[in-house]
Each structure stands twice: as C-alpha cells, then as structure tokens.
Ligand binder design. Sequence first.
Ligand code: HEM
Length: 84
Amino acid sequence: MMRSKNIWGEDAEIFRPERWLEADETQLKLMNSVVELNFGSGKYQCLGKTIAFMELNKIFVEVSTQDQINLMHTLMNLPASETL
Ligand code: HEM
C-alpha cells in the first residue's frame, strides 16, 4: 500500500514529500490513514506512534527552506530538476 499509485499518484515510487502539500483534503485524509497503517492497528498497535510522529514532523521544520532542499539535492548528487 505504501507504493500504491491509487493512493500516492503515478510517481508513487519516488520520494517526493511535496505530494503532501499538493493533496486536497480528501486525498490528504486517505494518505494519512494509509501512513497510520505502518504502526499496526487495534489492540497491539505501536505504543510509540505519537513519539514517532513528533520526531518525524521535526524533519519538515528542519528541511523547510528551499536552500536546505537545494543542499539536499547537492548532497544526494541529484540534478536540480529532479524531485527529492
Ligand atoms: C516510524 C517509527 C515507528 C514505526 C513505523 C513503528 C511500528 C510499529 C509496529 C508495526 C508495531 C507492531 C504493532 C503490532 O504488533 O501490530 C510496533 C510496536 C511497538 N512500538 Fe513502534 N514503531 C515506531 C516507533 C516507535 C517508537 C519511537 C516507540 C517508543 C518510543 C515504539 C514503541 C513500540 C512498542 C512498545 C510496541 C509494542 C506494542 C505492543 O505490543 O503492545 N515504536 N511499532
């Protein structure tokens, strides 16, 4: 499901966090519910889910400026035209 084109779009195979900014409300709801599945569900779901999301969300603050995105392109040796 984490690579499903129906959920993530035709470019599901590539790491492109911008998809979260472009999604409309319905799409965002669907994407969020699929991400939640990574943590299991019901009685035995991950007890650290809230902490994990808190840690993961820090990434977006750290990588929030275009300069930092450009830097990541350089570090990852990607052409500027390619999305991260
Ligand atoms: C991206 C990060 C994480 C992912 C994807 C993840 C995923 C999972 C999954 C799939 C399970 C098994 C659920 C099941 O048995 O159905 C689990 C269990 C668990 N996780 Fe995580 N986890 C993450 C981070 C964390 C963190 C940061 C903590 C603690 C601070 C944590 C604590 C636990 C504990 C204690 C369980 C066992 C729950 C139980 O069996 O009752 N996890 N996690």
